[in-house]
Design a protein around this ligand. Structure first.
Ligand SMILES: CC(=O)SCCNC(=O)CCNC(=O)[C@H](O)C(C)(C)COP(=O)(O)OP(=O)(O)OC[C@H]1O[C@@H](n2cnc3c(N)ncnc32)[C@H](O)[C@@H]1OP(=O)(O)O
Ligand SMILES: O=C([O-])CC(=O)C(=O)O
Length: 460
């Protein structure tokens, strides 16, 4: 056990080093690593509270209250911070940094969700051995309870895949370690360990859930592959989707799922998980709620909308679509009062580096050269920002991550957000572990009516 002074020193050194993630890699297990890291963070929080609890971080304007709290610094989120120009950093590491240091799957080159999850949870870059141990644990825990398989199989094929995913995730709370321990009277210091168990079990089971939904909706009656204990999470997911022999698609999914994992705390899905879990609702119920936030077209469902919009453009304009054709189609979309899906962002004011990384992946693959849909995504990127600037409404005329939809040969557009849902668990669930480890309270901001606001302004 480190003394308080030693913990403070360690916390300060962690903060000073933007490369702290690389410096602390070890051979420890995930749980042992967390046991080591958590007291340091607890001490950092204690000091922040006791020494700076009254420091003013910003003003609250009427615009913030009526403008979806945009720009308000009002929640604690450990794993990542978003800069409007640079984009996301995970514990200080940018996407290119992560691409350099995070282990890939054996035989692959792309970041895998396991190495991203380790980084998000611990702030440390795992070794390939640590990553593989986590892959193995997830594969061992990946099978679904029979009643959940039956539940999914009972859904009509026409029920949106995101509705199916959210319901199935909620049902997994039947086996919640947190809920069972709470009923037994667990004490606060134990909250995070049971939260972690639920989070790991849930991440492990998401591929089987998501693949079963895909099979039932798009290929009913076909066999589902069983989980291979020697494969990584996405290797198994891709197998169960029926694409296991497509190395390019599997690698794309690895990168896609790793990169969509976390986008600081204010986005609607992550924030929902955090809010719901602050009531001590278990991680399954919390993440189920998050999935229903992700299922909105201004958030995760935008990836479905992008592909739908692009397929409609292709259908209307035929082959050999020119920049001028796309411009005209963009104006038609805008003049009909619709948003251009995949463009704009609540925080970002530059092209999303996740979009750039996924685009670079496609550019680097000879087998994807000449794909009409990839060509359309690229051409749209070349003209849409200028059209949106001229339109003059959106604060960010650049592509967000969802603009990449359709970059692969997957055309079942209603399924796209489910893949996002498999991914967002990494960051949203990480924060639940941290929130419980740090003893964060029930989230309960103050709301005001317009009358109350006017009265307040009058009395100023
Ligand atoms: C993973 C993700 O969640 S990334 C985001 C995915 N969503 C999309 O791609 C949907 C398209 N984009 C949008 O609707 C928006 O840009 C959002 C929801 C992402 C961000 O919303 P905001 O922060 O409110 O954006 P902003 O402040 O720029 O909005 C100002 C105006 O521009 C409009 N606008 C913003 N983006 C777009 C767009 N892509 N196309 C057309 N109009 C847009 C807004 O609708 C708003 O119009 P209003 O004044 O009539 O209400
Ligand atoms: O940050 C946001 O508001 C939306 C987003 O890009 C994400 O959640 O990945």
């Amino acid at each position: 056990m480190l003394s308080r002074t030693a913990l403070s020193r360690q916390a300060a050194s962690l903060r000073r080093s933007s490369l702290f993630a690389q410096r602390f890699a070890s051979t420890k297990s995930l749980r042992d690593t967390l046991q080591e890291v958590i007291p340091v963070k607890q001490e950092q929080l204690r000091k922040l509270k006791s020494e700076h609890g009254q420091t003013v971080v910003g003003d609250v304007k009427v615009d913030n209250i009526i403008g979806g709290m945009r720009g308000l610094k009002a929640m604690l989120w450990e794993a990542s911070v978003l800069d409007p120009i640079e984009g996301i950093r995970f514990h200080g590491l940018s996407i290119p940094d992560c691409q350099k240091v995070l282990p890939a799957a054996p035989g692959g080159k792309e970041i895998i969700p396991e190495s991203m999850l380790w980084l998000l949870l611990t702030g440390q870059v795992p070794t390939p051995e640590q990553t593989q141990a986590l892959s193995r644990e997830l594969a061992e825990k990946g099978d679904l309870p029979k009643f959940v398989e039956q539940l999914i199989d009972s859904f009509p094929r026409t029920l949106h895949p995101m509705t199916q995913l959210g319901m199935a995730v909620a049902a997994l709370n039947h086996d919640s370690s947190f809920q069972a321990a709470y009923e037994r009277g667990m004490k606060k210091p134990e909250y995070w360990t049971h939260t972690l168990e639920d989070c790991i079990n849930l991440i492990a089971r998401l591929p089987a859930l998501a693949a079963r939904i895909y099979r039932n909706v798009y290929n009913p009656g076909t066999e589902l592959a069983t989980i291979d204990k020697n494969l990584d999470l996405v290797g198994n997911y891709s197998n169960m989707l029926g694409y296991g022999d497509n190395h390019s698609l599997t690698e794309y999914l690895r990168l896609y799922i790793a990169l969509h994992g976390d986008h600081e705390g204010g986005n609607a899905s992550a924030h929902t998980a955090h809010l719901v879990n602050s009531t001590l609702s278990d991680p399954y119920l919390s993440y189920s709620a998050a999935l229903f936030a992700l299922a909105g077209p201004l958030h995760g469902l935008a990836n479905q909308e992008v592909l739908r919009w692009q397929l409609a453009m292709q259908k209307e304009l035929g082959d050999n679509i020119t920049h001028e054709d796309i411009k005209a189609y963009l104006w038609k979309t805008l003049k009909s009062g619709q948003v251009v899906p995949g463009y704009g962002h609540g925080v970002l004011r530059n092209p999303d580096p996740r979009f750039i990384a996924l685009q670079e992946f496609c550019d680097s693959r000879p087998e994807l050269k000449g794909s009409p849909i990839i060509d359309l995504v690229n051409k749209t990127f070349q003209v849409a920002p200028d059209v949106l600037k001229e339109h003059g409404k959106t604060k960010n005329p650049y592509p967000n991550v969802d603009a990449t939809s359709g970059m692969f040969s997957f055309v079942e557009f209603k399924y796209y957000t489910v893949i996002f849902g498999v991914s967002r668990a990494l960051g949203a669930l990480t924060q639940l572990v941290w929130a419980r480890a740090l003893g964060l309270p029930l989230e309960r901001p103050k709301s005001m009516s317009m009358d109350a606001l006017e009265k307040f302004i009058k009395n100023q």
